[in-house]
Design a protein around this ligand. Structure first.
Ligand code: NAG
Ligand code: NAG
Ligand code: NAG
Ligand code: NAG
Ligand code: ZN
Length: 736
């Protein structure tokens, strides 16, 4: 997942989404697994959103096993600094990883067996729920210790062992999540309903819900049917994606037909026998043509071919997929797939999603119309009377932006040395949220670039958690940016509070001399985003580890991250994190700051409308039967896109890969979290650093466990329900 560039919404239909590049990786997980994976590994749609991995999930361990590990850890690594309260083990060898994985599995089996053996008339909180909760809390850091080396280790044998361990652990977890004997006991306790407190109740409900979403309350024959459907859905998804990926078609063009594209780009293109240049229907080729090519007919041809990559036939795969998903959801007691998908999210019902999308779309219409008129005028000047089409969008947006913004991102980068940006981020987190990052020298790590911090509460100096930063790219390292929970907040049986540990992985390039260099603006935005996830993990005060602190409601988990992005566009913040690299007393200029802010808003209404179009399409096909997918797309296109028709000859199955690869009926989620993050920012933080508000945010939004609904949590903080108002106002204010 290439994160955050550009930090603005992309045009999903025309520019292939980042998501697409990630397809292979995604499909590596079967869809059955993905259900589970989704909850701890989330990836944003469309733009470079992030992967948050919490690798494998829950299992179990007894206290004495954890203690053995700690002792072992202390003795063997006595020269290294031991992080008090962290059970995360770093820099394990390949054989240690595999051994640990097997120990984890065997302990987990023991605990599950023991829970399963409790007679149904003897179930209590302490013989059913506590052992499972304790197991999750204690095993999570050990599981992560097995799994994260896959992403960051410098040694191939370690990465392999780690991948192998992950497979074994995932298979084990999958098996546990389908254990009927355990389900029956848990359900018996849930039915008795003797709750210790609201958080415990919600924990038990989630345990039951997870089992039931796996079909455990169905009859054997229905459960079999469920498995069969699941396999079919996986197989169809795979075919669909393979078809898109395998399409190696290209279009040949004369050089004149590609006027406007950068010469460096043209130089790299393959040539056909008759000397024409080949444009492959691959994202980077297509994006370049749509953004730079002056020739309208070329843009249209490329756009149409890209939007019809797999031809008519694959439309039927999509139709078939949607039907199987509906059947799957109905077996589980939902009336359609969207209901099933949205049920576990903040939005709760497809109806709420529709309302949200419709409201947003309507509120953006006026602004989008103004933006579109501007583009139409420019096209008329440049190309005469040809009607403006959807394939012209990117090109003219780029032209207007070049004319209107004096923003040179290469120049901007000179003002963003990583050391300043990082200390600026720490300063902001301290001033805003009362969080102090203190580096720990000499802690155990897996590479000399990795830095470890304790995160303290500024007021009390209490250690809230730890954070590992592994920022620079290197060979063999995971190619994306993400935050991974390594240990979660939990209250242990002995009454101790286990503190959270987070790992931030990014791909920043060192400069030519191998020293930490300068950051692109997009990378700065990316770092702010990731730190939003870090503080969400570190500030969590839940009593239950439940798989991962970042395994929260997927509509909610991006909100803190999106919230932090907002500061990147504030003048005071830009000044705080910047300094010309050869003379750091020279800060970014005021008018550059102003341009950045306006640039963020430019054409955002149109871009968002286009994203909304896909979200609506996704939600509708997953909410109803017998939809004529092609007609629906045409209809929605002109309705949402201010009368611009869908390009003749394109087919929604080709331009909409995300609907089948893990986001079905949930595409809205990215827009959702961006809008509500903007609401929080505008109504509570403005551009002022106010620690009182920041502490309230920590206390009311970041700290709670899973006891409350996300909507309730936000309403409590805002003093009202979250709304789209602030987001729209901001767009209007900073638009051209
Ligand atoms: C199974 O559980 C789901 C979710 O709790 C519920 O909607 C459904 O009615 C249950 N089905 C049966 C057969 O009990
Ligand atoms: C990790 O462990 C290996 C030996 O297993 C050791 O050679 C290496 O120096 C360690 N790396 C770090 C960064 O401590
Ligand atoms: C804190 O972690 C718990 C357990 O994973 C989760 O249920 C809860 O939603 C998290 N809270 C926040 C605010 O992220
Ligand atoms: C049914 C099917 O798979 N149809 C087509 C999907 O797209 C690929 C790639 O273009 C074609 O080869 C298939 O025939
Ligand atoms: Zn994120």
């Amino acid at each position: 997942m290439i994160p955050h560039f550009p930090p603005k919404t992309k045009f999903p239909s025309l520019v292939p989404s980042e998501q697409e590049k990630d397809t292979a990786e995604k499909m590596a997980e079967s869809e059955a697994n993905r259900e589970k994976m989704d909850q701890h590994k989330h990836k944003k749609t469309h733009r470079g959103l992030i992967a948050l991995t919490g690798a494998a999930a829950v299992v179990a361990i007894t206290a004495n096993l954890a203690l053995t590990f700690i002792k072992y850890h202390k003795e063997k690594k006595s020269s290294k600094k031991y992080l008090a309260g962290s059970n995360v083990r770093v820099n394990l060898t390949a054989s240690e990883i595999l051994k640990l994985a097997d120990q984890i599995i065997s302990k987990s089996n023991k605990v599950h067996n023991s829970v399963a053996s409790v007679p149904l008339d003897k179930v209590t909180y302490s013989n059913v729920i506590s052992p499972l909760a304790e197991l999750q809390a204690q095993q999570f850091p050990l599981i992560q210790s097995c799994v994260f080396p896959k992403m960051v280790s410098t040694r191939e044998d370690v990465r392999k062992a780690s991948a192998e361990a992950e497979q074994r652990i995932d298979a084990h977890i999958d098996m546990c999540s389908k254990r009927e004997d355990v389900y029956i006991v848990v359900k018996a306790f849930a039915t008795k309903g003797e709750w210790i407190n609201a958080e415990a109740r919600s924990f038990v409900q989630i345990l039951v819900r997870d089992f039931e979403r796996n079909g455990l309350n169905l009859t054997a024959s229905k459960r079999e049917e469920l498995l069969r459907l699941r396999a079919q859905i996986d197989e169809l998804s795979l075919r669909y994606i393979q078809n898109l990926n395998d399409d190696s078609k290209f279009l040949p063009f004369k050089e004149a037909e590609l006027a406007g594209l950068p010469p460096e780009f043209l130089k790299c293109l393959d040539k056909s026998d008759d000397g024409k240049l080949k444009i492959y229907l691959r994202s980077h080729h297509v994006a370049a043509v749509l953004e730079f090519c002056k020739v309208g007919t070329t843009r249209r041809m490329v756009s149409r071919a890209y939007g019809n990559r797999c031809g008519e036939a694959n439309l039927s795969i999509l139709e078939n997929l949607v039907q199987q998903r509906h059947k799957y959801a109905r077996l589980l007691g939902y009336s359609n797939y969207a209901e099933y998908a949205v049920d576990v999210r903040m939005a709760k019902t497809p109806m709420k999603v529709f309302e949200f999308l419709e409201d947003l779309s309507t509120s953006l219409t006026e602004l989008a119309m103004k933006e579109l008129d501007m583009l139409k005028d420019l096209k008329k000047k440049e190309e005469g009377e040809f009607p403006f089409g959807i394939e012209d969008l990117l090109y003219y947006v780029k032209r207007v932006e070049d004319q209107n913004y004096d923003l040179d991102f290469g120049e901007l980068k000179q003002y963003l040395p990583i050391s300043l940006v990082l200390s600026g981020i720490f300063k902001i987190l301290q001033d805003l949220f009362g969080l102090k990052f203190e580096e720990i020298a000499g802690a155990d790590v897996w590479h000399s670039d990795v830095r470890v911090f304790s995160v303290l509460d500024l007021g009390s100096s209490e250690i809230l958690g730890y954070c590992y930063l592994d920022l620079f790219s290197r060979e063999g390292k995971y190619g994306h940016t993400c935050v991974m929970a390594l240990q979660n907040s939990a209250l242990t049986l002995s009454g101790e509070h286990q503190i959270p540990v987070a790992l931030l992985i990014s791909q920043i390039q060192k400069d030519g001399n191998g020293s930490p260099g300068l950051l692109k603006f997009s990378e700065v935005v990316g770092l702010f985003h990731e730190f939003g996830h870090v503080i969400q993990q570190i500030c969590n005060r839940s009593s239950f580890a439940r798989f991962s602190g970042l395994r929260v409601d997927p509509d909610f988990v991006e909100i803190p991250a999106q919230l932090l992005e907002n500061w990147c566009y504030e003048t005071f913040c830009l000044k705080l994190i910047s300094g010309f690299h050869q003379d750091i007393t020279k800060l970014i200029k005021d008018d550059t700051c102003e341009s950045i802010k306006r640039w963020r808003a430019s054409f955002s209404a149109l871009k968002l409308k286009q994203e909304i179009l896909y979200c609506l399409f996704d939600q509708i096909i997953h909410s109803a039967d017998n939809i004529d997918i092609r007609e629906l797309f045409k209809h929605l296109h002109s309705k949402v896109m201010l009368g611009l028709p869908a390009l003749e000859g394109t087919n929604p199955a080709s331009c909409f890969p995300s609907s089948v690869i893990g986001y079905e009926a949930a595409c809205y989620s990215r827009v959702w979290s961006e809008v509500f993050a903007a609401d929080i920012f505008a109504s509570k933080f403005c551009n002022d650093v106010n620690q009182h508000v920041g502490m309230q945010f920590r206390k009311k939004v970041l700290a709670p466990g899973g006891a409350k609904d996300s909507i309730e949590v936000l309403s409590d903080f805002l003093g009202r329900e979250p709304s789209i108002g602030a987001y729209i106002e901001n767009k209007v204010k900073y638009n051209l």
